[in-house]
Design a binder for this molecule. Sequence first.
Ligand code: ADP
Length: 489
Amino acid sequence: MKILIAASEAAPFIKTGGLADVAGALAKALFRLGHDVRLVIPRYQDLDTRKHRLFPLMPEIKVNYGSQTIHGSVLRTTFPKTEIPVYFIEEPMFSLRRGIYGNQQGDFRDNDVRFAFFNQAILWLLKGLDWRPDVIHANDWQTGLLPALLKHNPEVCHDEFFQSIRSLFSVHNLAFQGNFPKWVIPNIGLPWELFRPELMEFYNQASFLKAGITCADHVTTVSPTYVKEIQTEENGAGMHGVLKERTGSLTGILNGIDTEEWDPAADEHLPAHFSAEDLTGKAACKRKLQEETGLRPDPEIPLLGMTTRLSEQKGLGLIVEALDDLAALDAQFLFLGSGEKKYEDVLSKASEDYANIAAVIGYDVPLSHRIVAGSDFFLVPSRFEPCGLTQMYAMRYGSVPIVRAVGGLRDTVAPPTAKTLADGTATGFTFEDFTTDSFLACLKEALDARKNGAEWQAIMSNGMRKDWGWNKAASQYVSLYESLAAASE
Ligand code: ADP
C-alpha cells in the first residue's frame, strides 16, 4: 500500500504530545510491514537541524488563500533507521518563529492560515512528486481540512490525480478542535455548503476537526473505550452528534508504543539498564533519579512519578487538591510537566514546601525516560484520556500505573482481581470517580499492595512482559487502508 501520514508533529523530529509519538511509530511500523509509507509535517523553527539534516526538494510551492498567494517550499529527509521519506512544508509562518501551536501569550492567531496552507501544500506536494498514495491518513484538526479538500474543493475533486485517493482521519483528542472564523472556507476554495452543523460549522465557526470527521472516508480514534465515550453528549465535546452519524465508519484502534525508543534494556537516557528477567539496574535508576531531583535517596520508600502536560484534562485539579495528603504519605512524588501556569506554580511551591515532593517544570524527554525507569508507580489520574501513552511506557519500565479508568487507560490497565491475578493480566491500579477521595483510596490500595511482595512483583512483571508494540495496531490500520482502497476501485 502507498500511505501518506500527514500530521502537525512527529517524533523524533518535533513533539509536544502523544500525536507525535503515534505518527512516528506508526510510520515505522508500516514501513517494517513492507508498505510505501511517507510522512509530511511542517518545518518549524524548533526542529533541531543539527540532528535532522534537511535537503531541498521543491524550491517553490504556491497556494491560493482568498485573494493572496502563499509561497512555500518543501524539504526532505529520511526517517532515522528506515527509508521512509519525510517531507517538511516550509513557510515563514512555521519556520520563522519559535513555538509549534503558540507561545507564552497563547495560541498563534494565524493558526487557521498556517494549517490551511499546510493542508493545501500537501496536495501540491503529492502532485509535484507525482506520487499518488492509496490513502492519506490525516491526524487531528491540523490536518482535518485534507479530507474536505479531497472531497469538496473543485480543483482537487475534479482532478483525476486525486480521485482515487481515500482519506482516513484519526482523532487523537476531541478537545482540540481547530475552530476558526468561517472565512477560511471560501479562502481555500471550499463551498459554503460545508458551513452547516452536520459538516464543518461549529457554533458559527469553521471547525477543522469537524471537517475531518465529516468528510473523511473513515474515521478512527485511539482506543476502543474512547470511541464509545465520544459518541455521548457527556464526553463528545459538542461533536457527539456528527460522531454518532459516522458510527458505521468509526473505529477505535488502541495505540501502541515505540518499543525501540522505550526499551529499559537499551535506553540511552538511563544510567543503568534492566528487563523483566533482570531488574537489578532499576534500583540504580531509582537512586540516580532521587539524587538528580533532590529527593532523599532511599531504595525502600515508594517513588511515584508523573510526566504530563499540566492541564485540567490530566487530572491536575485532583493532584493539587490532594497535595497535602500526598505530602503526609510515606512515599515520594516526582512531577515533570509544563503547561498551565497555575499548575506550574502550585507544583513548584509544593516541591519547596515538602521534602517528599519534587517538581521539574519544563519539557524534558530524557528525564521522562528516567522517571518511568526510576519510579515504582506512575500516576495518570486523567479526567478524560483518548488513549494515553505514558502508562504504557511506565508498565514497560516496571513502574506500576495508578490511573483513572477512562478512555485508553481503561483499555490498557487491568486492576488486580482474583481473575487477573490468576491469569497474569493484572497490570496496575484504577479508580472510577474523578474525586480526590477515590484517587487517594486507590493510591493507598497500591501502596499497601507493594507491601505484599509476591502480588506486587506479579503485577509489575505482567506489565513489563506484555507486548505494547505497534504490530497489532499497524495491522488494524492496514486492514482499514486496504478496505478503503478496495472501495475506491
Ligand atoms: P497527550 O498527547 O494528551 O499529552 P499522551 O500520554 O498521549 O498525552 O502523550 C504524551 C507524550 O508527551 C508522552 O510521550 C509523554 O512522555 C510526553 N510528555 C508530556 N509532558 C512531557 C514533559 N514535560 N517532558 C517530556 N515529555 C513529556
